[in-house]
Design a protein around this ligand. Structure first.
Ligand code: AMP
Length: 217
C-alpha cells in the first residue's frame, strides 16, 4: 500500500523542507495547501480571490473551500498510487475528519502524522529571514540557507520574495491560529496512535531521519 504522510507544525518549522526531501527520496507526491492557494492567487482564479484576504490577514481559509480544494488533489491517480505527503493540511479537526473519511472510502489511510515542533521565537526568527520562490515554491533563508545568487531561486531561476504573510505581525497571528485551531488536530491524531513528535530544531538531515524512523519505506 502506498505511504501517506501528514506534516503538521507551526509556520516556519520546516514542513516544506522536509516534504521536499520526502518527495525526492521516497517518491511521494507533495501536496502543500499554502502553495496551492498561492498558485490559485497568482493565476487569478475565483478560488484565489476567495483565499487571498484570509491569507493576507494570517487567518485560515474556511474549511469547506480548503477541503474541496485538497480533496481534488490527494485523490488524483498519481497521489493514490505513489503515496503523498500533506504539508499544511489538515489544519483543523474538521479537515482531519474529512481527510480520514475520504481516505477510508478509497480504501487507504494516513500512515503517520509527523508533528514538527519548535518554540514560537525560533519560528519567528526563521520566518523573518525566509525567501520564497513564487514560481516553484522553493524556500531559502538569508542566513541559514542562502541561494547561490542573492534574490534568485537556485531551482528555477525566478525571483525570490518575502511572502506578504511573513511580516512579524502576521507571523504572530498565524502562530496564534496554529495554537488555537491546529493544535487540537494533534490531540485528534494522538488518539489514533499515528502521531509522531519530532523536534524541528535539529539539522535538516537529523529531522528527516527522526521523522521517517521506523517507517517501512
Ligand atoms: P502555509 O504556506 O502553509 O503557511 O499557508 C499559508 C496560508 O494559506 C495560511 O496562513 C492560511 O491562510 C492558508 N492555508 C494553507 N493551508 C490551509 C488549511 N489547511 N486550512 C486553511 N487555510 C490554509
Amino acid at each position: 500500500m502506498p505511504i501517506n504522510l501528514v506534516l503538521i507544525g507551526p509556520p516556519g518549522v520546516g514542513k516544506g523542507t522536509q516534504a521536499g526531501l520526502l518527495t525526492e527520496r521516497l517518491g511521494l507526491v507533495h501536496l502543500a495547501s499554502g502553495d496551492v492557494f498561492r498558485g490559485e492567487i497568482a493565476a487569478g482564479t475565483d478560488l484565489g480571490r476567495v483565499a487571498s484576504g484570509y491569507i493576507e490577514r494570517g487567518e485560515l481559509v474556511p474549511d469547506d473551500v480548503t477541503i474541496g480544494m485538497m480533496e481534488s488533489r490527494f485523490t488524483t491517480l498519481e497521489a493514490m498510487t505513489s503515496g503523498f505527503v500533506l504539508d499544511g493540511f489538515p489544519r483543523t479537526v474538521a479537515q482531519a475528519v474529512a481527510l480520514d473519511a475520504r481516505l477510508e472510502a478509497l480504501g487507504t489511510v494516513v500512515a503517520r502524522v509527523v508533528s514538527l515542533e519548535a518554540p514560537d521565537d525560533v519560528v519567528v526568527a526563521r520566518l523573518s529571514g525566509r525567501r520564497t520562490c513564487l514560481n516553484c515554491g522553493a524556500v531559502f533563508h538569508i542566513e541559514t540557507m542562502p541561494p547561490k545568487q542573492e534574490g534568485v531561486c537556485d531551482d528555477c531561476g525566478s525571483k525570490l520574495v518575502t511572502r506578504t504573510d511573513d511580516k512579524e505581525e502576521t507571523i504572530r497571528q498565524r502562530l496564534a491560529v496554529f495554537h488555537t485551531q491546529t493544535q487540537p488536530v494533534l490531540d485528534y491524531y494522538a488518539e489514533t496512535g499515528k502521531l509522531f513528535r519530532v523536534d524541528g530544531r535539529g539539522t535538516i538531515e537529523e529531522v528527516y531521519r527522526t521523522a521517517i524512523g521506523g517507517l517501512r519505506v
